[in-house]
Design a protein around this ligand. Structure first.
Ligand code: ADP
Length: 588
């Protein structure tokens, strides 16, 4: 596997995080945009319902007008017989008046052939009167169904409008003509034009015939079929008006009647929210087109929020991962450290056992020389004493001979004691031995072993021992500790004019405290921290091994005590503490 360098990896991750933030922002902006479109579409749809309502109300207002006028007796009788010019003139005036009162665009009366016999616009050049409109679907519908409705461009006037018609029937309910009202919507278109929205009304074929902005009228929203074209021609619905297709492309669909559309309108291409509402009664569809509002600030905020959230999440994740990794690392190093400590402790214990034994042997070697000297002297003395004894006995001086036996006896007892100690000292004691013993007697025995040296070197010894001082431990090992301390003190004082050794043993709270101080000049400040290190020695090669204090320290520690070194006046002081053993029966 190729190792990727760390800086490269960091750059890669940084780029990844930035890319994520950009992506999150882009998605949020897109989402905000979509949401604002959906909101806009919702609002537009509500608006559209209002517009539909106003259109519906307008038409409804006039729906009853032709039905009521169709019942007028004058109209009926005029249609029944041939029409004389006087009656026609009367009807024209009447329709003109009603049209003015009702505020409709035009009112006309047709006979059974579709001929306009009277009309409210009879005065105008574009008067309907005399024209035949039988081809218009509303006339055909009225004849067959009784009512008709049709939106068309007036073939005579050229003005588009909505024709609502009702059949005029004679007393036998026979069709004799039709009453027609024409509605035009310029008012409505003007009113609608005031808003910013684009409003269109399309017929069942998808042809826009009402629009509140110029250029949108007579556009077909769907392609026209051949049949459509033929019908349009026959009914002359949009007469001479040219129908142009309106190019639309759906960009997004919110629901069946709600879309985002690309529209090639008269003023060029633009996107529109396009809402449609079918007007069932008329068969028309009302459309509302609204340019989407670009809420740039909202989108920017959404983008920033998303990027911020993304970065927060990423950094939180990084932080948590880092913490988890650190915790794992700590746990692992703790475990490794514990294992290491256990291994070292085991190794040290083994090494320590070995050291105790070898230090004892080393001490034994050194001591043998002293002992040889110690034993030789009494032996020579004893030989002389024996010669004296023999002479005394030869001369029959039995009493004197008895007296001469006493020092001999003393000497032998001392020698026996010395060899006894040596025997115990050389023996390897089983580790972990914890007998209850008196520390002061251990001091006695150690002093006893070094008695010859103390005397030879004229050491002034001061003892302040509390007796008994019960501790729990191993007599031989403790004796070894004391011998080490005493020997070091003697070594330190070897070339000093004043030789003073002081040993104190006293209780301090739960501990026995034993101090060994000398006048050997003390330990150099820089050595104080190292004297307990194995193989640390300031003595000439051959004299010191540097093991004595290390072994002593280990022994004391093992017994639950403590050994420390310091300086006092003109020498060193070693302090040994051991827990006070309570007077409980020995378990061993
Ligand atoms: P060794 O006696 O073989 O040198 P130890 O471990 O017993 O080894 O002692 C280590 C060193 O501590 C000695 O070499 C000496 O420098 C110093 N030391 C120990 N006891 C004394 C003392 N009472 N006075 C001065 N120095 C001491």
């Amino acid at each position: 596997m190729i190792a990727i360098p760390r800086p490269l990896r960091l750059t890669f991750y940084s780029l990844l995080i930035i890319a994520g933030a950009v992506l999150a922002a882009a998605v949020a902006i897109r989402q905000a945009e979509r949401q604002s479109l959906v909101d806009d579409a919702g609002r537009a749809s509500q608006q559209l319902a209002l517009y539909a309502n106003s259109l519906h109300t307008l038409i409804e207002r006039y729906r009853a007008l032709p039905a009521v006028l169709a019942l007028d007796s004058e109209m009926i009788s005029a249609l029944k017989g041939p029409l004389d010019p006087v009656t026609q003139d009367l009807l024209n005036h009447k329709l003109e008046k009603i049209n003015g009162a009702a505020q409709s665009s035009t009112l006309e009366l047709m006979d059974s052939t579709g001929l306009a016999v009277a009309a409210s616009n009879w005065r105008l050049p574009s008067s309907y009167v005399g024209n035949n409109y039988a081809f218009r679907p509303y006339f055909i519908q009225t004849r067959s169904q009784g009512t008709g409705r049709f939106y068309a461009v007036g073939v005579t006037t050229g003005i588009p409008g909505y024709f609502l018609s009702s059949a005029v029937l004679d007393e036998h309910q026979q069709f004799i003509g039709a009453m027609v009202v024409k509605l035009e919507f310029p008012e409505l278109e003007r009113e609608w034009a005031q808003g910013n929205d684009l409003l269109l009304v399309s017929d069942a074929r998808g042809i826009v015939f009402i629009a509140n902005q110029p250029g949108w009228r007579y556009r077909n929203l769907r392609p026209l079929s051949e049949t459509d074209r033929a019908e349009l021609k026959a009914t002359r619905q949009y007469d001479k008006k040219q129908l142009l297709p309106l190019g639309t492309r759906e960009l997004q669909r919110f629901d069946e009647n709600s879309h985002l559309m690309r529209v090639d309108g008269p003023q060029g291409s633009a996107n529109y929210i396009w809402e449609s509402l079918p007007l069932k009664a008329e068969g028309w569809t009302l459309h509302l087109l609204r340019k989407p509002q670009v809420a740039a600030e909202d989108q920017r905020n959404a983008g920033l929020a998303a990027a911020g959230l993304w970065l927060t999440l990423v950094f939180l994740l990084l932080f948590l991962t880092q913490r988890w990794r650190l915790a794992r690392l700590r746990q692992r190093s703790r475990e490794e450290l514990e294992q290491l400590v256990q291994e070292r402790t085991r190794a040290l214990r083994t090494a320590q056992d070995g050291l105790v034994q070898s230090a004892k042997l080393a001490a034994l070697g050194q001591m043998s020389a002293a002992l040889a000297h110690e034993i030789n002297q009494p032996l020579t003395a004893q030989r002389m004493q024996l010669a004296t004894l023999r002479l005394l006995l030869e001369h029959g001086r039995v009493d004197d001979a008895y007296q001469a036996l006493t020092p001999l006896d003393e000497m032998l007892t001392r020698m026996a004691a010395l060899t006894g100690h040596l025997k115990t000292f050389a023996r390897k004691s089983p580790s972990g031995l914890r007998e209850r013993l008196d520390l002061s007697t251990v001091v006695d025995q150690a002093l006893h072993l070094l008695d010859a040296r103390l005397r030879d070197e004229s050491i002034g010894t001061v003892l302040e021992l509390t007796r008994p001082a019960w501790v729990r431990g191993d007599a031989i090992r403790l004796e070894q500790v004391l011998i080490n301390l005493l020997r070091n003190a003697l070594d330190a004082m070897a070339d000093k004019p004043r030789k003073r050794l002081k040993i104190c043993l006293r209780a301090d709270q739960q501990l026995w405290q034993l101090t060994v101080s000398d006048s050997g000049g003390g330990i150099a400040e820089e050595h104080l921290g190292s004297v307990f290190d194995p193989f640390f020695t300031t003595k000439p090669v051959g004299d010191g091994l540097g093991l004595g204090l290390a072994v002593s320290y280990a022994i004391v520690h093992e017994l639950g005590g403590h050994l420390s070194a310091g300086n006092l006046d003109d020498g060193a002081v070693f302090t040994l503490t051991l827990p006070i053993a309570l007077e409980t029966p020995d378990l061993c």
